[in-house]
Design a protein around this ligand. Structure first.
Ligand code: VGL
Ligand code: ZN
Length: 204
């Protein structure tokens, strides 16, 4: 069975939000249209405490997009975004969530960022997504949402490593940086991740 994983389609990642992904809102009509093709749809939601250490505001003198070392891991500093229970953390208003079987939240531990829907960036803790998918008989996942070069790419990479067949739906994702996505996409293809349009990559 193939599941659709919709990553972080939240207000803060849309134009006008705290960490806007260029054209981020363009993924929504595509996702609404293709969801009915999938027997199983899961969502992820970036969900940070207000003092999360990925926020530049927690590091005096630092600014968003600078890189630091955090607990032994390289960390990009972000503007404050997706603060739990804040309006910006809400799923996009226009996203049809009626068919979603579950929402996996991530990023709650202030000391470690969590791009992937499966693990935190240090791979110290699981979200339970892999076990949930396997328990339902899922062998293939199609990943889409925001942002292509961060949470979508990390989710696809981990899914491949966990043994799922994986595709990224190009027309249902947008990157923060196009160059960044091109680089990580090459790496993902080498790991067997397919990257194609939602019309060419169909659920198996
Ligand atoms: C994301 C940066 C920080 C994402 C989340 O959803 O891609 N990017 N937090
Ligand atoms: Zn985040």
């Amino acid at each position: 069975m193939t599941a659709l994983i919709i990553v972080d389609v939240q207000r803060d990642f849309l134009p006008g939000g705290a960490l806007p992904v260029p054209e981020g809102d363009a993924v929504i009509p595509v996702l609404n249209r293709i969801q009915t093709r999938y027997p199983l749809v899961a969502l992820t939601q970036d969900w940070h405490p207000p003092d999360h250490l990925s926020f530049a505001s927690q590091h005096p003198g630092r600014r968003p997009l600078e890189r630091i070392e955090l607990d032994g891991l390289e960390q990009v500093l972000w503007p404050d975004h997706c603060v739990w229970n804040s309006p910006g953390a809400a799923l996009a208003d226009a996203l049809d969530t009626g068919r979603a079987a579950a929402i996996f939240r991530k990023g709650m531990d202030r000391r470690v960022d969590s791009y992937s829907g499966f693990f935190d960036n240090g791979r110290r803790r699981k979200t339970g997504l892999a076990e949930w998918l396997r328990g339902l008989g899922v062998t293939e996942v199609h990943v889409a949402g925001l942002a292509a070069d961060y949470c979508v790419a990390y989710t696809a990479r981990d899914a491949a490593e966990l043994g799922f067949r994986v595709a990224i739906l190009e027309d249902a994702t947008r990157p923060i940086s196009a160059a960044g996505f091109a680089q990580i996409a090459a790496e993902l293809r080498q790991r067997g991740v397919r990257i194609g349009s939602s019309d060419s990559v169909r659920p198996g």
